[in-house]
Design a protein around this ligand. Sequence first.
Ligand code: PRP
Ligand code: URA
Length: 204
Amino acid sequence: MLHIIKHPLARHVVTHLRDKTTKPATFRSLCHHLSVLLALEATADLAMREVAVNTPLEACIGHKLARPLVVVPILRAGLGMVEPVVSLFPDVSIGYIGLERDHATALARSYYCKLPPLADTRVLLVDPMLATGGSAVQALDVIKQNGGAEIRMLNVVAAPEGVKAVETAHPDVAIYAGALDRGLNDRKYILPGLGDFGDRLYGT
Ligand code: PRP
Ligand code: URA
């Protein structure tokens, strides 16, 4: 299931991210703001447990997260979406999946993987661009092989091709995106998109 963030700030931020004159420093800050909105949406249904708490006036019942949260960025562009999640959920565990698309074939090659225990957690897989969906499907395969079962995917911009690929291979994974774009060009870049997210984030 695809959820496009409806908050007006999301559209405002995506527009600035698309603008080719936006410099890396501003781009990073915009990425942070949009990731916060995405993370809030993707965690709105987290399970809670009741706890006792004493206010200065009396005892009452409060709530805490019932299960651990894990964020997994797909390197390298996904790294820009980690700190926003940590700022909301300081106790989050972080795993890393390194995948890089071959420029000629657009097929993702795995070069790194380090994951915390994933059983009985909510996993947020973060990657700004969902283009062909090849990277996302590979990452979701790995997360499930390592015990992840309740997974949400967060993207800044998604293409219909990528959404279809994820929905076909992993129909249980809900996708939260800032925008759904028109499609891919012949080099498998998203149109209108915002270009190469990693290059714009890191100034490469
Ligand atoms: C980008 C992006 C995704 C992937 C999406 O990463 O961050 O991981 O492409 O494309 P796909 O849906 O067709 O697989 P890239 O491979 O450019 O690596 P980078 O993050 O190191 O720049
Ligand atoms: N990766 C990007 O960074 N941008 C695209 O448009 C597609 C894949």
